[in-house]
Design a protein around this ligand. Structure first.
Ligand code: IPE
Ligand code: IPE
Ligand code: MG
Length: 235
Protein backbone atom coordinates (compact mmCIF):
# COMPACT_ATOMS: atom_id res chain seq x y z
CA UNK A 1 0.00 0.00 0.00
CA UNK A 2 1.24 3.47 -0.84
CA UNK A 3 1.97 5.79 2.03
CA UNK A 4 -0.73 8.35 2.81
CA UNK A 5 0.12 11.88 1.65
CA UNK A 6 -0.57 14.36 4.42
CA UNK A 7 -1.41 17.89 3.26
CA UNK A 8 0.94 20.47 4.72
CA UNK A 9 -1.76 23.12 5.21
CA UNK A 10 -5.44 22.25 5.79
CA UNK A 11 -8.12 24.94 6.05
CA UNK A 12 -11.63 24.33 7.42
CA UNK A 13 -14.78 26.41 7.00
CA UNK A 14 -16.47 25.20 10.18
CA UNK A 15 -20.10 25.55 9.14
CA UNK A 16 -23.41 24.15 10.36
CA UNK A 17 -23.32 24.79 14.11
CA UNK A 18 -26.67 26.60 14.04
CA UNK A 19 -28.43 23.85 12.07
CA UNK A 20 -26.92 21.18 14.31
CA UNK A 21 -28.56 22.87 17.30
CA UNK A 22 -31.93 23.81 15.79
CA UNK A 23 -32.43 20.28 14.42
CA UNK A 24 -32.20 19.11 18.04
CA UNK A 25 -34.60 21.76 19.30
CA UNK A 26 -31.75 23.65 20.97
CA UNK A 27 -30.58 27.25 20.78
CA UNK A 28 -27.93 28.10 18.17
CA UNK A 29 -25.45 28.71 20.98
CA UNK A 30 -25.53 24.99 21.87
CA UNK A 31 -24.21 24.29 18.38
CA UNK A 32 -21.37 26.76 18.81
CA UNK A 33 -20.39 25.16 22.11
CA UNK A 34 -20.37 21.69 20.54
CA UNK A 35 -18.42 23.06 17.56
CA UNK A 36 -15.75 24.47 19.86
CA UNK A 37 -15.20 20.98 21.33
CA UNK A 38 -14.92 19.53 17.83
CA UNK A 39 -12.31 22.15 16.93
CA UNK A 40 -10.07 21.22 19.83
CA UNK A 41 -10.25 17.51 18.94
CA UNK A 42 -9.53 18.20 15.29
CA UNK A 43 -6.57 20.46 16.01
CA UNK A 44 -4.91 17.75 18.12
CA UNK A 45 -5.77 15.01 15.64
CA UNK A 46 -4.60 16.81 12.52
CA UNK A 47 -1.27 17.91 13.97
CA UNK A 48 -0.71 14.36 15.27
CA UNK A 49 -1.29 13.11 11.75
CA UNK A 50 1.44 15.37 10.42
CA UNK A 51 -0.49 18.43 9.22
CA UNK A 52 1.80 21.42 9.77
CA UNK A 53 -0.77 24.21 9.61
CA UNK A 54 -4.49 24.04 10.37
CA UNK A 55 -6.41 27.21 9.51
CA UNK A 56 -9.96 27.45 10.82
CA UNK A 57 -12.71 29.96 10.08
CA UNK A 58 -14.07 30.85 13.52
CA UNK A 59 -15.82 34.16 12.81
CA UNK A 60 -16.05 36.21 9.63
CA UNK A 61 -16.18 39.99 9.40
CA UNK A 62 -19.70 39.47 8.02
CA UNK A 63 -20.77 37.42 11.04
CA UNK A 64 -21.17 40.75 12.89
CA UNK A 65 -24.47 41.00 10.97
CA UNK A 66 -25.93 38.36 13.33
CA UNK A 67 -27.95 39.15 16.45
CA UNK A 68 -26.17 40.78 19.39
CA UNK A 69 -27.08 37.75 21.47
CA UNK A 70 -25.33 35.33 19.11
CA UNK A 71 -22.26 37.56 18.59
CA UNK A 72 -21.90 38.10 22.36
CA UNK A 73 -22.23 34.37 23.01
CA UNK A 74 -19.51 33.58 20.46
CA UNK A 75 -17.14 36.23 21.83
CA UNK A 76 -17.62 34.93 25.40
CA UNK A 77 -17.03 31.39 24.14
CA UNK A 78 -13.78 32.46 22.43
CA UNK A 79 -12.53 33.96 25.68
CA UNK A 80 -13.32 30.81 27.66
CA UNK A 81 -11.72 28.68 24.99
CA UNK A 82 -8.50 30.70 24.71
CA UNK A 83 -8.11 31.18 28.45
CA UNK A 84 -9.11 27.80 29.86
CA UNK A 85 -9.87 25.19 27.30
CA UNK A 86 -6.74 24.97 25.22
CA UNK A 87 -4.46 23.29 27.75
CA UNK A 88 -4.04 20.21 25.55
CA UNK A 89 -3.14 22.38 22.57
CA UNK A 90 -0.45 24.08 24.64
CA UNK A 91 0.76 20.74 26.02
CA UNK A 92 0.99 19.27 22.53
CA UNK A 93 3.43 22.05 21.60
CA UNK A 94 1.06 23.68 19.06
CA UNK A 95 1.53 27.35 18.23
CA UNK A 96 -1.68 29.40 18.04
CA UNK A 97 -1.83 32.42 15.73
CA UNK A 98 -4.73 34.62 14.63
CA UNK A 99 -5.76 36.10 11.32
CA UNK A 100 -8.19 38.96 11.00
CA UNK A 101 -8.85 42.58 11.85
CA UNK A 102 -8.76 43.78 15.44
CA UNK A 103 -11.51 46.37 15.03
CA UNK A 104 -14.29 46.09 16.29
CA UNK A 105 -13.38 43.15 18.55
CA UNK A 106 -13.89 43.71 22.28
CA UNK A 107 -10.87 44.43 24.50
CA UNK A 108 -11.39 41.28 26.57
CA UNK A 109 -11.45 39.15 23.41
CA UNK A 110 -8.25 40.79 22.11
CA UNK A 111 -6.56 40.26 25.43
CA UNK A 112 -7.49 36.52 25.52
CA UNK A 113 -6.15 36.24 21.96
CA UNK A 114 -2.88 37.90 23.00
CA UNK A 115 -2.57 35.65 26.00
CA UNK A 116 -2.72 32.41 24.02
CA UNK A 117 -0.50 33.81 21.27
CA UNK A 118 2.14 34.70 23.87
CA UNK A 119 1.84 31.37 25.69
CA UNK A 120 2.36 29.33 22.55
CA UNK A 121 4.69 31.53 20.50
CA UNK A 122 7.72 29.22 20.88
CA UNK A 123 5.80 26.00 20.19
CA UNK A 124 7.08 23.98 17.27
CA UNK A 125 4.83 20.99 16.65
CA UNK A 126 2.42 22.70 14.27
CA UNK A 127 0.39 25.88 13.82
CA UNK A 128 -3.28 26.47 14.56
CA UNK A 129 -4.28 29.60 12.64
CA UNK A 130 -7.61 30.86 14.00
CA UNK A 131 -9.35 33.21 11.59
CA UNK A 132 -11.44 35.50 13.80
CA UNK A 133 -13.07 38.65 12.50
CA UNK A 134 -11.53 37.49 9.25
CA UNK A 135 -12.40 38.44 5.68
CA UNK A 136 -10.34 37.34 2.71
CA UNK A 137 -10.88 40.43 0.58
CA UNK A 138 -10.21 42.55 3.66
CA UNK A 139 -6.92 40.66 4.12
CA UNK A 140 -5.81 41.47 0.59
CA UNK A 141 -6.80 45.14 0.98
CA UNK A 142 -4.98 45.37 4.34
CA UNK A 143 -1.88 43.74 2.80
CA UNK A 144 -1.97 46.16 -0.14
CA UNK A 145 -2.12 49.09 2.31
CA UNK A 146 0.90 47.83 4.29
CA UNK A 147 2.76 47.29 1.04
CA UNK A 148 1.96 50.81 -0.18
CA UNK A 149 3.12 52.20 3.15
CA UNK A 150 6.48 50.44 2.76
CA UNK A 151 6.82 51.89 -0.74
CA UNK A 152 6.04 55.41 0.49
CA UNK A 153 8.56 55.00 3.33
CA UNK A 154 11.08 53.65 0.80
CA UNK A 155 11.48 50.39 2.74
CA UNK A 156 10.98 48.35 -0.42
CA UNK A 157 10.95 48.94 -4.15
CA UNK A 158 8.00 48.39 -6.45
CA UNK A 159 9.94 45.72 -8.35
CA UNK A 160 10.56 43.61 -5.28
CA UNK A 161 6.94 42.54 -4.99
CA UNK A 162 5.96 39.13 -6.29
CA UNK A 163 3.68 36.29 -5.16
CA UNK A 164 6.02 35.16 -2.37
CA UNK A 165 6.96 38.57 -1.03
CA UNK A 166 3.32 39.74 -1.11
CA UNK A 167 2.46 36.75 1.08
CA UNK A 168 4.49 38.37 3.88
CA UNK A 169 2.00 41.25 4.00
CA UNK A 170 -0.93 38.93 4.74
CA UNK A 171 -2.07 38.51 8.36
CA UNK A 172 0.21 35.46 8.69
CA UNK A 173 3.03 34.39 6.41
CA UNK A 174 1.86 30.79 5.91
CA UNK A 175 2.38 28.24 3.13
CA UNK A 176 -0.42 27.86 0.56
CA UNK A 177 -3.50 25.82 1.52
CA UNK A 178 -3.38 22.26 0.14
CA UNK A 179 -6.80 21.04 1.27
CA UNK A 180 -9.87 23.17 1.96
CA UNK A 181 -12.76 21.51 3.79
CA UNK A 182 -16.27 22.95 4.15
CA UNK A 183 -18.85 21.17 6.27
CA UNK A 184 -22.67 21.39 6.24
CA UNK A 185 -23.36 20.95 2.53
CA UNK A 186 -22.70 24.52 1.42
CA UNK A 187 -20.65 24.90 -1.75
CA UNK A 188 -19.13 28.33 -1.36
CA UNK A 189 -16.04 30.02 -0.02
CA UNK A 190 -17.69 32.85 1.96
CA UNK A 191 -14.61 35.10 1.74
CA UNK A 192 -12.18 32.55 3.25
CA UNK A 193 -8.48 32.77 2.35
CA UNK A 194 -8.88 33.61 -1.36
CA UNK A 195 -5.15 34.38 -1.76
CA UNK A 196 -4.02 31.15 -0.12
CA UNK A 197 -6.43 28.63 -1.73
CA UNK A 198 -5.50 29.27 -5.36
CA UNK A 199 -4.35 25.65 -5.90
CA UNK A 200 -6.09 24.00 -2.95
CA UNK A 201 -8.10 20.82 -3.38
CA UNK A 202 -11.70 21.26 -2.15
CA UNK A 203 -13.59 18.78 0.02
CA UNK A 204 -17.28 19.38 0.70
CA UNK A 205 -19.31 17.25 3.09
CA UNK A 206 -22.90 17.34 4.33
CA UNK A 207 -21.74 16.57 7.88
CA UNK A 208 -22.46 19.50 10.20
CA UNK A 209 -19.36 20.86 11.93
CA UNK A 210 -20.14 19.61 15.48
CA UNK A 211 -20.31 16.07 14.02
CA UNK A 212 -17.13 16.46 11.94
CA UNK A 213 -15.00 14.11 14.06
CA UNK A 214 -11.58 12.54 13.56
CA UNK A 215 -12.98 9.83 11.25
CA UNK A 216 -14.63 12.45 9.05
CA UNK A 217 -11.34 14.36 8.91
CA UNK A 218 -9.56 11.16 7.85
CA UNK A 219 -12.09 10.75 5.02
CA UNK A 220 -11.09 14.19 3.74
CA UNK A 221 -7.42 13.18 3.84
CA UNK A 222 -8.26 10.00 1.96
CA UNK A 223 -10.08 12.00 -0.69
CA UNK A 224 -7.08 14.35 -0.95
CA UNK A 225 -4.94 11.29 -1.68
CA UNK A 226 -7.04 10.47 -4.73
CA UNK A 227 -6.54 13.89 -6.30
CA UNK A 228 -4.17 14.56 -9.13
CA UNK A 229 -2.65 17.98 -8.51
CA UNK A 230 -1.15 19.40 -11.67
CA UNK A 231 -0.50 23.07 -10.86
CA UNK A 232 -0.96 23.93 -14.50
CA UNK A 233 1.35 21.27 -15.86
CA UNK A 234 0.39 18.90 -18.67
CA UNK A 235 0.01 15.23 -17.75
C1 IPE B 1 -20.60 28.24 11.69
O1 IPE B 1 -21.89 27.76 11.93
C2 IPE B 1 -20.06 29.05 12.86
C3 IPE B 1 -20.00 30.49 12.62
C4 IPE B 1 -20.29 31.09 11.51
C5 IPE B 1 -19.59 31.31 13.74
P1 IPE B 1 -23.16 28.65 11.60
O2 IPE B 1 -23.50 29.45 12.81
O3 IPE B 1 -22.99 29.42 10.36
O4 IPE B 1 -24.25 27.51 11.41
P2 IPE B 1 -25.43 27.50 10.33
O5 IPE B 1 -24.81 27.67 8.98
O6 IPE B 1 -26.36 28.60 10.69
O7 IPE B 1 -26.04 26.13 10.51
C1 IPE C 1 -18.62 31.18 7.10
O1 IPE C 1 -19.84 30.64 7.42
C2 IPE C 1 -17.98 31.73 8.33
C3 IPE C 1 -17.56 30.77 9.33
C4 IPE C 1 -17.64 29.47 9.24
C5 IPE C 1 -17.00 31.32 10.54
P1 IPE C 1 -21.21 31.46 7.27
O2 IPE C 1 -22.28 30.56 7.76
O3 IPE C 1 -21.07 32.77 7.94
O4 IPE C 1 -21.28 31.68 5.70
P2 IPE C 1 -22.52 31.96 4.76
O5 IPE C 1 -23.29 33.12 5.34
O6 IPE C 1 -23.33 30.72 4.76
O7 IPE C 1 -21.93 32.25 3.41
MG1 MG D 1 -23.33 28.99 8.40
Amino acid sequence: MQELKIPNHVAIIMDGNGRWATSRGKKRSAGHLEGSKTLEKLALHSIKKGVKVLSVYAFSTDNFKRSKEEVDYLMDLFIIQFKNKMKKIIKENIKVVFSGRQHPLREDVLSAMNEITEKTKNNTNGILNICLNYGGQEEIVDAAKKFAEDIVNKKISMDSIDKQSFNKYLYQNLPPVDLLIRTSGEYRISNFMPYQISYAEFYFTNVLFPDFNEDEFDKAIESFNNRDRRFGNAK
